[in-house]
Ligand binder design. Structure first.
Ligand code: NDP
Ligand code: BG6
Length: 663
């Protein structure tokens, strides 16, 4: 039985308050009619109420432009919560108790009278709900008005009180670039102290991100390996299926580097690469995060050219088969926009622990799958012991994979001996899955942020220096990109694996992106559809996704064959020695198997006629797969016979070939 003792990382523990309701307070939501409030904040408050973590003495004021009565506001919230609640069952009693605490105030943020009225309303709420004078302000508004709101609250005397605390949560994006982030910090800190300001990054609210710290610092076995002596490289991927989903106006000014990399991904990087803190106190952690971000090498213009890739999606087809428009046709986007919706970067952290270890990041919208993962690839074991054994051409590296979302778990990939009389190795994995180990209701990620802010715990929030340091890393990239327009946009179809250049970036270094290949993706290849679950699982570990640009030569006639290919998207021409196209292959087909089977040079060239996505199976894995799955081997041999008229009796040939291959 898994141990179900709840572990809470956040430092409510310090005050002995873990699993206790937060202290009494009033909350003010600026932007109460917006998407964030509706989809995430109110459901998070409701989840906290269900878990009895919301203060018992609590009231909310929602502020927005619309002229609404409090009654009407509550009605809207009551209908929205039914759509956006993350819980399986809806608890009417909890909601009724929560919604009666909401009040509404209409007005513009540039109108000082609104803030005077707010002050009066908060005094009434304090009397009604006995909130002890504590107020949490939440800026769920467009970023342009964060500074204005912070000033207006101060002008109306709302930043300080003899009774109770005053705190302000500021949403992302925190600034548009380094200069504006410094200016926003300056503006905020003119009216508030650093201890009152909570800069939010919702990634830090995710359980799997918080677990990075638990994993690293509560287990003895990994920390000694967590350095340049043992780690070959690190990868992080934040892949999204969605496009800009109606947020074109905001997104077109931002792009993925500002929207996801500068904040969410740099925060993950900090957790992953920081030195062990001396305690879980907020500043102990934040100091270590700041140190590691400060050690990230700032790119020179020439590094930006060689270490970064940007992409923009064109029209395509989503994973669910639905046609998708290109970015330039999205609502709110400039039809000539050069904003990037995809990026891949290679960074270095120049400190004692990580010097020389490449850290590859990539993120994009409108990709083939949703998935956030972190890979730690360890250095290989020496191959000397296995050198003379047939069938073991090389060893694979050990990989530790953090599945952040939507899968939530941790996976260790290593090699094991396959059963049988000879020494053969196969890649296998051990996996910890959150769903199997813990019983937890699905959350929005904002619960822990709100709860910690109410407790006065800043650990999960960014400090002014951290935000500025993150911008310092991103700024030179933004500058070079602004000065040199891309020229090849759009460079990946919606629903695809991303631009080819992103694959080149890592493959130039002799490495490959980790792709989480799941069953759905494997089954896009008809040959794999009939395979049983164990076989599909094995394939998921050994298939390597690659992309080829239109016109690229994938196989050259006469070359030695070291791998075979399965075509997932696109089309290729099979070209004979005389340069004539013998046939054209489309999605679901495979090629390159004959020269592996017969150990002969490639008998034709293969050229991509469009952008192509392919799975590659290398020779050693091919041999293992044939050996262990005769049914599959038979299908391959059959196809090979049909295609190239290799006149062999499948049964005998299969045995002979496989024996040959193993030998
Ligand atoms: P919306 O545009 O949906 O909502 C903005 C809100 O602010 C509305 O209530 C709007 O009122 C109000 N508002 C805007 N300007 C004024 C003004 N001058 N005076 C009074 N009220 C004003 O934005 P989102 O909710 O999507 O985003 C809010 C913030 O949260 C942004 O900073 C965003 O980056 C961040 N965020 C959002 C996420 C999301 O999923 N939505 C995720 C992560 C962060 P009205 O409707 O009456 O115009
Ligand atoms: C937000 C970005 O901060 O993060 C969005 O503005 C992005 O563009 C989102 O889609 C991703 O968050 P999550 O939690 O879905 O990974």
């Amino acid at each position: 039985m898994p141990d179900r003792t709840p572990i809470t990382l956040t430092t409510g523990q310090e005050a002995g308050l873990t699993e206790q309701p937060a202290p009494p307070c009033a909350m003010v939501i600026f932007g109460a009619s917006g998407d964030l409030t509706r989809r995430l904040l109110v459901p998070a408050l409701y989840n906290l109420a269900c878990d009895r973590l919301l203060p018992r003495r609590f009231g909310v004021v929602g502020l927005a432009l619309d002229e609404l009565s409090t009654e009407r506001f509550r009605d809207k919230l009551s209908s929205d919560i039914r759509q956006y609640s993350t819980r399986k069952q809806f608890d009417e009693a909890v909601w009724d108790d929560l919604v009666r605490r909401f009040h509404y105030l209409a007005g513009r943020f540039d109108d000082p009278a609104v803030f005077d009225r707010l002050r009066g309303l908060l005094a009434r709420l304090d009397a009604e709900w006995q909130t002890d004078g504590n107020v949490l302000y939440y800026c769920a508004t467009p970023p342009e008005v964060f500074g204005l709101i912070a000033e207006q609250i101060d002008r109306a005397g709302g930043t300080r009180s003899e009774r109770g605390w005053r705190r302000i949560i500021v949403e992302k994006p925190f600034g548009h670039d380094l200069v504006s982030a410094v200016e926003l910090n300056r503006r905020l800190l003119r009216h508030w102290t650093e201890a009152q300001v909570y800069r939010i990054d919702h990634y830090l609210g995710k359980e799997t991100i918080q677990n990075l710290l638990a994993f690293r610092f509560s287990n003895g076995i990994f920390e000694p390996l967590w350095n340049k002596s043992h780690v070959d490289h690190i990868q992080m991927t934040v892949a999204e299926v969605v496009g800009v989903e109606g947020r074109g106006r905001y997104y077109d000014r931002a792009g993925v580097l500002r929207d996801v990399v500068q904040n969410h991904m740099f925060q993950m990087l900090a957790y992953l690469c920081m030195e062990p803190p001396t305690s879980f106190r907020p500043d102990a952690i934040r100091n270590e995060k700041a140190k590691v971000l400060e050690a990230v090498r700032i790119m020179r213009p020439e590094d930006v050219t060689s270490h970064t890739v940007r992409g923009q999606y064109g029209p395509g087809r989503r994973a669910n088969g639905v046609d998708a428009v290109g970015y330039l046709k999205e609502r709110g986007v400039d039809p000539n926009s050069q904003t990037e919706t995809f990026t891949a970067l290679k960074l270095f952290v120049d400190d004692w622990r990580w010097e020389g270890v490449p850290i590859y990041l990539r993120s994009g919208k409108a990709l083939w799958r949703r998935g956030t993962e972190i890979l730690i690839q360890f250095k290989k074991a020496p191959e000397v012991i296995f050198r003379e054994l047939p069938g073991i051409p090389w060893l694979d590296s050990n990989q530790l994979v953090f599945h952040i979302q939507p899968d939530q778990g941790i996976e260790l990939r290593f090699q094991a001996k396959t059963p049988g009389p000879s020494m053969q190795l196969q890649k296998v994995n051990m996996r910890f899955d959150y769903r199997e180990a813990f019983e937890a209701a699905r959350a929005t990620g904002y619960e822990v942020m709100l709860y910690n802010c109410m407790l006065g715990d800043q650990m999960l929030f960014s400090r002014s220096d951290l935000v500025e340091t993150a911008w310092r890393i991103a700024q030179p990239i933004l500058d070079v990109w602004a000065a040199s327009p891309p020229g090849d946009f759009p460079n990946y179809p919606a629903g695809s694996w991303g631009p080819k250049a992103a694959f080149d970036l890592i493959e130039r270094d002799g490495r490959k992106w980790l792709e989480v290949v799941n069953r759905g993706v494997i089954e896009t290849v008809p040959l794999f559809q009939e395979c049983d679950e164990i076989f599909q699982h094995k394939l998921a570990l050994v298939l390597k996704p690659v992309v080829a640009a239109a016109d690229e030569l994938i196989i050259r006639k006469g070359d030695r064959g070291n791998e075979m290919y399965f075509l997932v998207r696109g089309a290729v021409d099979v070209v004979g020695g005389d340069g004539r196209v013998i046939t054209t292959l489309g999605p679901g087909s495979f090629f390159g198997e004959t020269s592996l089977l017969l150990s002969e040079p490639r008998n034709a060239s293969i050229r991509a006629t469009t952008y192509c996505e392919l799975f590659v199976l290398d020779k050693a894995d091919f041999n293992r797969v044939l050996r262990d799955h005769p049914q599959f081997a038979r299908s391959i041999l059959d196809a090979c016979r049909r295609r190239y008229r290799v006149t062999v009796d499948p049964d005998q040939a299969f045995d002979r070939q496989v024996r040959l291959l193993i030998e």
